[in-house]
Design a protein around this ligand. Structure first.
Ligand SMILES: NC(=O)c1ccc[n+]([C@@H]2O[C@H](COP(=O)([O-])OP(=O)(O)OC[C@H]3O[C@@H](n4cnc5c(N)ncnc54)[C@H](OP(=O)(O)O)[C@@H]3O)[C@@H](O)[C@H]2O)c1
Length: 273
């Protein structure tokens, strides 16, 4: 499909792995000038090399911790100097802490908001002036199904409300930016088995012990018996659509992408202990 992204500058946070990587790959395939941001230099370089090789479009990379406002300032200053515009912003970086309510620490509570909702708010606030000046743009926030439903056990009181804020933020911002020809939408993934996410779930379920071979066996069994589960490319295709002008009348929407599979992967892992 030609989505006419040629020449557009597309920024993807958390673009070195998982859903963000797949979204960056798709955007590059459509001809966009992609910028991927994450914390680890090696993973960024690796992702950029593969995307360049497979799409013919070389992404730029930037080391950014989206939970740090100063990093976001530095990032947007660089974007202004380097491109002078951002057409597409994919606020994807984020993560969850899943544990019983009474065990959530204050640091975890604050980090949950900082890396999820605050990061999307802050980066959008820094990028939108460029979008207004250039006459439009498209923002896609990546939330998570914990915005709607609990992930019991072990509980999502820390992460669920942060993800729910992203949905509310999306709707509000879309309304406010509509006169500037800027669309804001949100993708709400269910369980998506990315490599690093899978390891995190395994560690959480097994009290931080991680045996890769045993984990793979458990995963294969869960996938076979309780699937189908999503992969990063399926979410990336939804992000790509919402980011593009093909979704020109979709604005302020939060789209659930979970294949109607409502099971909790962590719960299934625990039940197989
Ligand atoms: N996988 C799922 O089942 C699922 C379900 C619902 C929602 N989601 C949401 O989808 C998004 C992507 O998840 P994923 O599963 O694709 O994650 P993933 O496979 O663990 O990849 C996370 C990516 O984000 C980057 N990242 C993490 N913390 C960051 C930070 N503080 N600043 C900048 N970059 C950071 C990572 O690189 P570095 O570590 O090098 O920074 C990596 O590139 C998240 O918002 C997540 O909450 C995922």
């Amino acid at each position: 499909m030609d989505l006419d992204l040629s020449g557009k500058v597309a920024v993807v946070t958390g673009g070195s792995k998982g859903i963000g990587y797949a979204a960056a790959h798709r955007l590059a395939s459509e001809g966009a000038q992609v910028v991927i941001a994450a914390r680890r230099v090696s993973a960024l370089a690796e992702a950029a090399a593969v995307i360049a090789d497979e799409t013919g479009h070389t992404p730029e990379t930037m080391v950014v911790d989206v939970a740090q406002a100063a990093d976001l300032d530095r990032f947007v200053t660089w974007l202004k100097d380097r491109f002078g515009r951002v057409d597409i912003l994919i606020n994807n970086a984020g993560t969850g802490t899943y544990k019983p309510f009474l065990e959530v620490t204050d640091d975890e509570l604050e980090y949950g908001m900082a890396i999820n909702f605050f990061a999307q708010f802050r980066l959008s606030q820094r990028v939108v002036p460029m979008m207004i000046a250039q006459g439009g743009g498209s923002i896609v926030n990546v939330a998570g199904r914990t915005a709607y439903q609990t992930a019991l056990p072990p509980g999502s009181t820390c992460t669920g409300p942060a993800k729910a804020a992203e949905l509310r933020f999306t709707a509000d911002l879309a309304d406010e930016l509509r006169p500037h020809n800027i669309r804001v939408n949100c993708v709400v993934p269910g369980v998506v088995v990315t490599e690093e996410r899978f390891e995190k779930w395994e560690r959480e379920a097994a009290g931080n012990a991680y045996d890769p071979a045993a984990a793979r066996t458990r995963r294969d069994k869960i996938v076979k018996e309780d699937g189908p589960w999503g992969d990063a490319w399926q979410v990336a295709d939804t992000i790509l659509y919402l980011a593009s002008d093909r979704a020109s009348y979709v604005n302020g929407a939060s789209l659930l992408v979970d294949g109607a599979n409502k099971k909790s992967y962590t719960r299934l892992l625990r039940e197989r202990e």
